[in-house]
Ligand binder design. Sequence first.
Ligand code: ADP
Ligand code: MG
Length: 251
Amino acid sequence: MAKIVAIVNQKGGVGKTTTCVNLAAALKYLGRRVLLCDFDPQANATSGMGVDKSVSNGVYDVLINGVETRKAIVTTPYGDVLPSSKALAGGGVEMIEMADRQFLLRSALDAVREDYDYIFVDCPPSLELLTLNALCAADSLLVPLQGEYYALEGLSDLMNTVRIVRRNMNPRLQIEGVLLTMFDGRTNLAIQVAQEVKRFFPGKVYATVIPRNIRLSEAPSHGKPITAYDRGCRGAEAYLALANEFLKKNT
Ligand code: ADP
Ligand code: MG
């Protein structure tokens, strides 16, 4: 049965999508069965996996139009994808009207849980209904933080949301791990930030850090995860190391 991991941070541009695509693809590369569920209307994870954003069915059609989850999933060499599309932006509003609105994603993913080892959900940059659905569906959340001086900003709001979800909707929700991204370990500032983050999340910060690497920002425009775009670059090495650390924590 798949473990469902939501990639969450309400701040944009911290590396959620990059981490979702490349961690999923690295685990697939290491022989695991993975599904990436793109739950951001921007659909950057969908195109980053090489899937056309204008696909006929996506996660929106599963949640709102009753399409079977399995029928909406696209298979790629880098892992399976449940695509997003712009329609999902409006979906947030339509979902407000629905009973069990915070559990729609959970039931959609439950239908395919047996088919995978890991399901990663790429969240939009907010704590609203879409992210709430992801937190209700997930066994754990992985939080990417950009290694800068304001990395911790907004994290108390995130942790509050996690507490509310645990108390009222999903008691099994755990913190999978906290990942420092776009990290430059040569600067004193970055080292200080890393120490602060470790104080805030004792025992939860991955030893692996993701360096700033231009290849990671180029890969999406080729529709490939980093392990397929440039297996030898520092970004690929980092995400493979992360995948191994992730697996070690999950055995
Ligand atoms: P989010 O999903 O949190 O908004 P993204 O993963 O889309 O963040 O990353 C924001 C931007 O930074 C993108 O253009 C992405 O290509 C780039 N980026 C992410 N991680 C790295 C990295 N380690 N090195 C260089 N560029 C990165
Ligand atoms: Mg994103």
